[in-house]
Ligand binder design. Structure first.
Ligand code: ADP
Ligand code: PRP
Ligand code: MG
Length: 226
């Protein structure tokens, strides 16, 4: 088979796409419920394909925003991704059966302490908004009838209002510590966020027998977290 054939992958394997950090860590107990133990640690290993105790199940480590892409194209059969990431991706080719209730946070608008957001909005000011989540931000402000110039960033959004790059940010907030540490205040909650199991639509049909017990275990374990 040609090395250039991107479809060249062992279809007897089930491949789960995860991102390092909180998604990987919060998914481990769900995998345990399905009897799957990841036998390598992505924090200490440079390997991107991790073995499990089941020779037919492997975990691949990708950036959080890339998880839906791998699953959409069938390079991974299933994955775990935040609702924030899924809304930006659009969800094409993905079946989203289960809210796993992990990596819980909220998507919010925040401004520098002292910036009168309510008055700016009421007066119809044009706001500069920095965010990684441009689709969600665009929809949110369009629904409110607020005109915005969106500035796409890839991280450290909290910095933007401090150095005059933007008037506001749209970012995920959990404890609020990062906002407080940077003298920002949350002025609007856009939505609650948690991570979802996503499954490639073709894999769901072709590998249903092997996927189903794992999905059922994830569902059981995530209900216990509610
Ligand atoms: P990234 O490297 O893209 O920032 P993260 O591991 O930080 O990846 O985030 C993965 C997902 O976890 C996000 O898509 C979001 O749904 C959720 N998340 C992000 N930040 C937090 C947080 N501070 N607390 C809880 N969940 C979070
Ligand atoms: C996320 C997010 C916020 C922070 C919010 O960053 O981008 O900065 O968490 O959490 P808090 O309200 O509890 O402070 P993360 O920790 O994922 O760091 P990152 O910049 O590597 O994404
Ligand atoms: Mg992060």
């Amino acid at each position: 088979m040609s090395v250039f054939n991107s479809q060249a992958r062992d279809q007897s394997q089930l491949i789960l796409a995860l991102s390092k950090g909180r998604i990987f860590e919060d998914t481990l107990p769900l995998l345990e419920e399905a009897g799957i133990t990841v036998t390598e640690n992505p924090e200490t290993s440079r390997k991107l394909i991790l073995a499990t105790n089941d020779p037919n199940v492997r975990v691949i480590i990708v950036r959080a925003t890339d998880v839906p892409t791998y699953v959409q194209h069938g390079a991974a059969d299933f994955g775990v991704a935040g609702k924030d990431v899924l809304l930006e991706h659009g969800g094409e080719g993905l079946y989203q059966p289960i809210d796993l209730n992990i990596a819980a946070c909220r998507m919010s608008v925040a401004v520098k302490n002292g910036f009168d957001y309510a008055t700016a909005v009421r007066q119809g000011a044009r706001l500069r908004v920095a965010t990684k989540f441009v689709q969600t931000a665009r929809e949110h402000f369009a629904a409110k009838g607020v005109h915005v110039d969106l500035i796409k960033l890839y991280g450290s959004m909290e910095l933007a209002p401090l150095v005059g790059l933007s008037d506001a940010i749209v970012d995920v907030v959990s404890t609020g510590n990062t906002l407080r540490a940077n003298d920002l205040v949350e002025v609007e909650e856009i939505m609650q966020i948690s991570s979802r199991l996503i499954v490639n639509q073709a894999a769901l049909k072709l590998k249903r027998e092997r996927l189903q017990p794992i999905l059922a275990a994830f569902e059981r374990a995530s209900k216990m977290k509610k």
